[in-house]
Write a protein that binds this ligand. Structure first.
Ligand code: ZN
Length: 72
């Protein structure tokens, strides 16, 4: 399902796709690898910031951090 969002790079509404990739997020001074979902512009291929996706990634990073520390 394509959703048109504004791309600051293309300066117009563009088709986007979701991409999964491993990113590292700093949690309490530690780099935690997390499988992030990012929105990518079909026009220029640049990442487009998506607040909801970013929040979700952050939650996953904290979960991963707790797992690593055996805090479950
Ligand atoms: Zn673009």
């Amino acid at each position: 399902m394509a959703e048109r969002v504004y791309c600051p790079n293309c300066r117009e509404l563009v088709e986007t796709r979701m991409e999964s990739r491993v990113e590292t997020y700093p949690v309490k001074g530690e780099d935690v690898p997390v499988s992030a979902t990012v929105r990518v512009c079909e026009g220029c291929g640049e990442d487009i910031f998506d607040e909801r996706l970013d929040e979700r990634t952050l939650v996953l990073a904290y979960e991963e951090y707790r797992k690593r520390k055996g805090l479950y």
